[in-house]
Write a protein of this length. Structure first.
Length: 245
């Protein structure tokens, strides 16, 4: 599905926010075309359920370098148990809705029905992906984000069992490293992301690099997963261990 041009145009974050406070604007809509326009300018939506749509480009930007990512020893032990299977973009909307569920540390969610519809539209256009972790037929963890050219913009992850969101994250890092992605955008730093190896990059540097990576030819991730996954793009965790060593 091809997206039409957005009726909204986003400014250069450095011009409208020279102090680096992060907020770029308020309003517009959450259509797939508008979301694409925003991400191409290093901007993403972030707002509470009953608030107007707010658009952000923080300084500094939280990123992680896929080529430098190393799974922890505890995650390797979990993978060796081989209890789970991992899939790519098999249940995108299901993952987004799972990410929208209340967390132990926060009852509210910023993932509204408008967000779900907009990002599902990007997925249908081939511009968003999810990674799913399954125990049997039950979805127990995963993540989703936007992929433009050779850039991946992580949005959210969820976990219903110990370390399963880290498994999804580890798989994403392997996929992005194999595709020569310079970085994966994590937006805002937090303790969990830092524990996974994330760091920060000055917004100016992020935006300069963004101009290049989004124009590069996007990888054929389905071809990659077809080689790696025995059947139906499904990877057992012990087979995944072979990929990351």
């Amino acid at each position: 599905m091809r997206l039409s041009a957005s009726q909204f145009q986003f400014p250069d974050p450095e011009q409208v926010d020279p102090q680096g406070e992060g907020i770029i604007g308020i309003g517009a809509d959450l259509s797939p075309s508008t979301l694409l326009e925003a991400y191409c300018h290093g901007i993403f939506p972030w707002f509470s359920k009953d608030d107007p749509i707010c658009w952000w480009s923080p300084d500094p930007r939280c990123i992680i370098y896929p080529s430098e990512f190393q799974p922890s020893k505890s995650l390797i032990r979990q993978l060796k148990k081989n209890r789970y299977t991992i899939t790519l973009s098999h249940a995108f909307e299901q993952v987004v809705r799972a990410c929208a569920q209340p967390r132990a540390y926060a009852e509210e969610t910023w993932i509204t029905e408008g967000i779900i519809a907009g990002y599902t539209g990007l997925y249908q256009a081939g511009l968003a992906h999810s990674v799913e972790v399954w125990e049997g037929t039950q979805l127990v963890g995963g993540l989703y984000g936007v992929q433009i050219g050779r850039a991946f913009f992580g949005e959210s992850m969820f976990s219903r069992q110990t370390d399963v969101s880290k498994m999804a994250f580890c798989f994403l890092m392997k996929l992005c490293a194999a595709s020569n992605f310079t970085w994966v955008d994590c937006q805002l730093p937090n303790d969990h992301l830092i524990s996974l190896g994330a760091t920060t990059l000055p917004r100016h540097e992020f935006l300069q690099q963004l101009k290049s990576v989004i124009t590069q030819v996007p990888p054929n991730w389905h071809a990659f997963t077809a080689r790696a996954f025995p059947t139906q793009y499904i990877l057992t965790t012990d087979a995944f261990l072979d990929l990351i060593h």
